[in-house]
Design a protein around this ligand. Structure first.
Ligand code: ASP
Length: 342
């Protein structure tokens, strides 16, 4: 077998099965995955497995977990052609975004997948998601390069760029969307890659650079009509806070109340970063369109364009971890680092 994929199980619904005695869902021994999904034996590439111990519900994902996962990938990078990460759906978009920023110069597929129903259930979506993800991770183009060379999420026949993705449905099998970026591949009777939208290295063979210094001194402030001064000031007064992801209305607008703008301006002029992203699922922030957006710019707010909340938060974690100077972080924030901004 000429190709090898590392299948990493971190936790989540996909790795559960019903205990016949209690009827409760419990994680099964992941080393027995071939017994649960015997179809995996039919692949013409090798699959090794690694299970986190203990596995986590993805609601417990955090920077330490991302560091562990990214180090596992780095340590096995040379030995494998691709990686499939089984992960709970709840924070999958955060983890995929985080890894996209942490694994700089990635040239191999890192495909996150999971399921809405456990793999041990009859109607599970998990088997198909797993089998398709493995096939995508092992696929090569005519030049022998991996067809996918970035961090992705695969769910219900669609491959998405990880840092463009958001969990869209708590129930539907098609649980993810990538509202501001095209689907990278569709899996039907054939795998159809959207080649122009795939991220490719400028030159193959560069070294993988891992960023494991993450700084979580970040807040997300979602504004709403009637938001109170004490709430906004309370968030901005959070001890040690370095950056705020401001979720604004429409194309980047926020209230024009003087106390609101004063509070933001005081935070930015004392060195804090405020990045403006929209609450809308599609479209981009443009602070030059309306007076209420322009005032934010005057208050020192940085434009996050069409970044998802997941991408903005995790990009900040990685940049703040890399640079102690907030000015540098604010500049880098507006640049597209790995396909997260249009
Ligand atoms: N709570 C689970 C998790 O995110 C749900 C899932 O796996 O889809 O870990």
């Amino acid at each position: 077998m000429d190709r090898k994929i590392l299948l990493i199980y971190t936790g989540g619904t996909i790795g559960m099965k019903e205990n016949p005695d209690t009827l409760l869902l419990e994680p099964f021994d992941f080393n027995q995955i071939l017994q649960e999904v015997p179809e995996l034996r039919k692949f013409d590439f090798a699959i090794d497995t690694y299970s986190f111990d203990p596995v986590i519900d993805s609601s417990d994902a955090n920077p330490a977990f991302w560091v562990r996962l990214s180090q596992l990938i780095r340590d096995n990078y040379a030995a494998y052609d691709g990686f499939v990460v089984l992960h709970g759906t709840d924070t999958m978009a955060y983890s995929a975004s985080a890894l996209s920023f942490m694994l700089e110069n990635l040239e191999k597929p890192v495909i996150f997948t999971g399921s809405q129903l456990p793999i041990g259930m009859l109607r599970t979506d998990g088997k198909e998601n797993l089998i398709d993800s493995l096939e995508l991770a092992a696929d090569r183009d005519a030049q022998g390069h991996p067809c996918v060379s970035e961090v992705c999420i695969y769910f219900e026949n669609e491959l998405f760029r990880g840092n463009r993705t958001t969990k869209y449905s708590a129930e539907a099998f098609s649980a993810f969307r990538s509202p501001n970026y095209p689907v990278l591949a569709e899996v039907g009777t054939h795998i159809r890659y959207n080649v122009p939208s795939l991220r490719r290295p400028i030159r193959w063979g560069g070294p993988l650079l891992l960023h494991t210094q993450l700084d979580n001194r970040v807040a997300v402030l979602k504004i709403f009509p009637g938001i109170s001064e004490s709430y906004v000031r309370g968030v901005l007064a959070t001890e040690g806070l370095r950056a705020v992801v401001l979720e604004t209305f429409g194309s980047g607008n926020a209230p024009s109340y003087p106390w609101f703008l004063d509070a933001l301006a005081a935070f930015t002029s004392s060195g804090g970063i405020v990045v403006n992203i929209t609450q809308c699922l599609t479209g981009t922030v443009d602070m030059g369109t309306y007076a209420n957006g322009d005032t934010l710019r005057q208050a020192g707010v940085v434009c996050g364009r069409d970044m998802t909340t997941e991408a903005a938060v995790t990009k900040l974690f990685v940049l703040l971890g890399q640079y102690s100077d907030n000015k540098t972080v604010a500049i880098k924030l507006e640049f597209d680092l790995c396909g997260e901004i249009s």
